[in-house]
Design a protein around this ligand. Sequence first.
Ligand code: NAP
Length: 283
Amino acid sequence: MSSTFRIGGDLDVRRLGFGAMHLPTEPGPARENALAVARRAVELGVTLIDTAHLYGGGANEELLAEALHPYPEGLLITTKVGVARTGPGGDWKLDGRPEILRDQVRQALRRLRTERIELLQLHRIDPDTPLADQLGTLRELQTEGLVGRIGLSEVTVEELGRARELVDVVSVQNRYNLLDREHEPVLDACAAAGIAFLPWRPVAWGKAGAEGEISAVAAELGATPTQVSLAWLLDRAPVVLPIPGTARTGHLEENLAAAGLTLTPAHRARLDRLAGGVEADSG
Ligand SMILES: NC(=O)c1ccc[n+]([C@@H]2O[C@H](COP(=O)([O-])OP(=O)(O)OC[C@H]3O[C@@H](n4cnc5c(N)ncnc54)[C@H](OP(=O)(O)O)[C@@H]3O)[C@@H](O)[C@H]2O)c1
């Protein structure tokens, strides 16, 4: 299976990406290390990095720009909008009102030090704002040249269908991993339509090793359980672009090496049969 995917038919990325959510942004040694992890990801060939306004209210976007700007050719930093604070220091809640989406995109452009966000994802559909208004705003931003392509996050097959009547959806980001396949129908819909599927929580927070069968397959392949989880995702469908997150260089290197791991059909069949469950949360 190819190690690259063309998002929206024209944006090439290496399929195994990086999720930046866990990178600490507070000034200090942890932030310095986070900058180094982001740079190491790109050094090791990552061309797809996921962030969001929600991650530190833009602090995560700022960190990525500090680490990586000026950006190397071919690097896609994708961000998400549509979750906002209710007021200064207030709670985060879904907010897809046009003025909020526009404001968060403007902030992202400034923080990421770019003139255009090549892939902008709606973090969640806001049930209190008409979908046509939310996606209409993203389409306007696209027409204005500030946004290249539009993606969604945590949607059902039905929501994906409705969204596709309003805009060209090129990516979907839903929770999905070897142990949690609730969104299998969404992945299948994406695969059928050639839409990139970015599974979040792809390595189940590093807990795959707790499942005996995954550990057994890992031992037989001379790999780690996390690498087996990622190899299984990469093997699942060509549209799958996992975005594992870590704040440790060691884990980053381990995760990216999974691109070179080949599962035998027998191993794959054993892994396919697993589908435990991990608790859901948001992020
Ligand atoms: N769209 C959404 O709603 C949504 C929600 C959540 C996340 N996301 C995106 O998806 C990305 C990934 O999701 P996620 O962070 O929830 O889940 P994940 O990538 O499955 O798990 C990340 C956690 O696993 C640990 N880990 C990573 N590699 C490991 C390894 N090789 N061995 C042991 N532990 C390892 C990390 O800890 P260490 O730092 O200690 O390595 C980190 O705490 C995020 O960064 C974010 O960009 C999107």
